[in-house]
Design a protein around this ligand. Structure first.
Ligand code: NAP
Length: 259
């Protein structure tokens, strides 16, 4: 099935590995060209090379910190036009809220709230003019079920979610959609690092903590990043033009609420 993405350009942030990489790979499978951003050049170059080789699309790596104005300018300069914007950055550090400083909060707000907002500001008018745009913010299941040790994430992402809800309705008349994808537990470096913190705090082996967490998910396992990437590609497709302003949980059934 052609989902209408051939020849579109996607700016994918946090794209060298994990969920961002999976989104980039899935978009490329559908024929979208990519600008891929992350801070560390080596792994990013390798990821972009692999995607270009496997799919035949252009994949331009930009080694930059998306939480800075300079990093965002580099990323935007590298993209001929942004038809699709996937905002993403590493999650903020975990920890007891008593130990967090104002600088920790500033860093979290820059990376996980203000960077997406600035990228949306910079790209949305051209999307409106072209009558096509797809914006997906990678946020977190913590938006619906805040996680005790992830105070910075809980706070910054709630702010982005409120912003997106207001803006999505302004963009809807122009075939520009804005949605948030909320990962539950996906098997990435980020999840492994968080599990290590939990295991240490609980004084249990990492393997036992990992098994305990997977068993608590109705699906009985962590998500595979490619599952997340393909959901993202669908939200960016021509077929998803009537889906906007949504917070879509992808969590193997972990969230127990009705809404
Ligand atoms: P990951 O495996 O650690 O990958 C993060 C990616 O973002 C890497 O490519 C990293 O590369 C890049 N990155 C980090 N900070 C950046 C910055 N300031 N500028 C540009 N690139 C940056 O993380 P993940 O598991 O894919 O998670 C992605 C997002 O989803 C995070 O915000 C995370 O908190 C959230 N999330 C993940 C899960 C999960 O289960 N995995 C669950 C809930 C929420 P560099 O370090 O080289 O920059």
């Amino acid at each position: 099935m052609d989902i209408g993405l051939k020849g579109k350009w996607a700016l994918v942030c946090g794209a060298s590995k994990g969920l961002g990489y999976a989104c980039a790979a899935a978009l490329a499978e559908e024929g979208a060209h990519l600008v891929m951003v992350s801070r560390t050049s080596g792994p990013l170059q390798e990821s972009a090379r692999r995607i270009a080789q496997e799919t035949g699309v252009q994949a331009v790596p930009v080694a930059a910190d998306i939480s800075t104005p300079e990093g965002r300018a580099m990323a935007l300069r590298a993209c001929p036009q942004v038809d699709i914007l996937i905002t993403n950055a590493g999650g903020p550090k975990a920890g007891d809220f008593r130990e967090l400083t104002p600088d920790d909060w500033q860093a979290a707000l820059q990376a996980n709230m203000l960077a997406p907002i600035e990228l949306i500001k910079a790209t949305v008018n051209d999307m409106i003019a072209r009558k096509f745009g797809r914006i997906v913010n990678i946020t977190s299941a913590a938006v619906k079920s805040p996680v005790d040790i992830l105070c910075l994430s809980n706070g910054a992402r709630a702010g982005l979610t409120g912003f997106a809800a207001g803006v999505a309705r302004q963009l809807a008349p122009h075939n520009v959609t804005l949605n948030n994808l909320l990962p539950g537990k996906f098997d990435t470096d980020r999840l492994r690092a968080n599990n290590a913190v939990r295991a240490e705090r609980a004084g249990v082996p990492l393997e036992a903590e990992t098994r305990r967490q997977a068993d608590a998910i109705p699906a009985g396992r962590f998500g595979v990043p490619a599952e997340f990437g393909h959901a993202c590609a669908f939200l960016c497709s021509a077929h998803a033009g009537y889906i906007t302003g949504q917070n879509l949980l992808i969590d193997g059934g972990a969230y127990p609420g009705l809404l």
